[in-house]
Design a protein around this ligand. Structure first.
Ligand SMILES: NC(=O)c1ccc[n+]([C@@H]2O[C@H](COP(=O)([O-])OP(=O)(O)OC[C@H]3O[C@@H](n4cnc5c(N)ncnc54)[C@H](O)[C@@H]3O)[C@@H](O)[C@H]2O)c1
Length: 383
């Protein structure tokens, strides 16, 4: 197969990705698309890109094989569908879309066109998630008993489309690691809105809640997951953390810049018969989640787990400074998307998987607006 020609669309947060594609061994050419002419010119000049488009429709007429969309939330659905219909493989940043209809539409168009679709979810490729995945596979935690995902972030003064966004419309960072690690499919969600927002923030989306908190059940799983999300008027530092409580061991990560905690029973065993003492001793330790890039990534993109592409060092994108550029995840997403095309297989976060992960948040907000009504998650696998 000839090396791929890939386009990155939207160069703010998206400015992180062209250099990773450029260094990937299966990619031959990288082109840029950015509606803001000045941003496009600055980026292409600083990093030396020659094929550049200000118009997305012009990009679609070009000979690129694949498109990675990193534009603002409101046009993810529209740009994704256009890319697939133009015969391009398509990766899109989160969220996949913000309505159930649009999720279903993307699944249908992906099936019709046969092109790859991947949602570029950062949280499943962080140092923390990859570490827990390994421990779960090794049976270190025993049976999963409970999951919790949190994402607190203050979006004051971010671009207009964020203002008053229902917290659960951008919930994938709190949801995805839990569903990925437990390999579960959500069945129902019940959610409550919490707190009060100042009136101006309620106008754009009719959402009155600064915080939403949900309980999710799964098909064929004995545990539930709690998801809590805030976007405005909450004094908590930025964090995209998660908790896995197991019958033998547990993992908790609630503070962005602190090492997570792993807890285990001191005697390391599960109880199989009668137990005569009062409780068991627990050993807790702070853990450094290792960088396992040598195991998974081609040599030429490994350095991107701990280095970022910054257009303006005096004013780097918040995603570069908050969350340490998403804890090493960016080159994993690029590698998975590219390899899914080269190997002609489904990407790890294909359209159906992405729809399940995104729909938890969409249904959670619908539930919150209906006073906590239990909502069923659609059967995306059998559309
Ligand atoms: N951890 C993560 O996965 C993560 C982190 C940050 C942002 N994001 C997602 O990335 C997206 C972008 O975030 P951001 O902060 O850079 O947003 P932004 O709104 O600041 O920037 C979006 C860029 O896309 C460009 N653009 C918009 N429509 C376009 C079009 N039709 N054609 C070409 N260019 C277009 C804009 O000019 C702008 O430069 C958001 O949707 C957000 O959800 C994900």
């Amino acid at each position: 197969m000839k090396p791929l020609k890939v386009a990155v669309v939207g160069l703010n947060f998206g400015g992180e990705f062209p250099e990773i594609y450029r260094c990937h061994p299966d990619v031959g050419e990288v082109v840029l698309c950015e509606a803001d002419g000045e941003r496009l010119k600055n980026y292409s000049t600083v990093f030396g890109y020659t094929e550049c488009y200000q118009s997305y429709d012009d990009l679609l007429k070009s000979d690129v094989d694949a498109i990675h969309i990193t534009t603002g939330i409101p046009n993810h659905h529209e740009l994704t569908v256009k890319a697939l219909r133009a015969g391009k493989h398509c990766a899109c940043t989160v969220p996949m879309a913000t309505t159930l209809e649009d999720l279903c539409d993307i699944i249908r168009v992906q099936k019709e066109t046969g092109k790859k679709y991947m949602m570029m979810e950062t949280t499943i490729y962080t140092f923390q998630t990859l570490y827990v995945k390994k421990l779960l596979e090794q049976g270190e935690f025993g049976r999963i008993q409970y999951l919790r995902g949190i994402h607190f972030q203050d979006m004051e003064s971010w671009p207009d489309y964020w203002m008053g966004l229902p917290p659960m419309h951008y919930a994938t960072h709190a949801v995805s690691p839990l569903l990925y690690l437990s390999q579960s499919i959500p069945a129902t969600v019940c959610c409550h809105g919490s707190g009060q927002m100042r009136a101006e923030l309620t106008k754009q989306y009719g959402n009155p809640y600064p915080v939403e908190t949900a309980c999710v059940t799964f098909h064929d799983r004995p545990f539930v997951a709690d998801i809590t999300r805030s976007l405005f008027e909450v004094a908590h530092e930025y964090v995209e953390g998660f908790t896995v409580l197991g019958s033998r061991g547990s993992f908790e990560w609630n503070i962005e810049n602190e090492q997570p905690i792993v807890s285990r029973f001191e005697d390391g065993r599960e109880i199989t018969g009668l137990f005569y003492d009062r409780g068991r001793d627990i050993r807790t330790e702070r853990v450094q989640c290792p960088d396992v890039r040598d195991e998974y990534l081609p040599e030429s993109i490994r350095r991107f787990t701990d280095s970022c592409t910054v257009l303006d060092p005096k004013n780097p994108h918040k995603s570069i400074t908050q969350g340490g550029s998403h804890h090493g995840s960016h080159p994993y997403m690029v590698h998975e998307f590219v390899r899914s095309i080269v190997e002609d297989r489904k990407p790890e976060v294909d359209a159906v998987t992405a729809a399940y992960w995104t729909s938890v948040g969409i249904c959670a907000h619908l539930s919150a607006m209906a006073g906590g009504k239990v909502m069923e998650i659609p059967d995306f696998a059998n559309l």
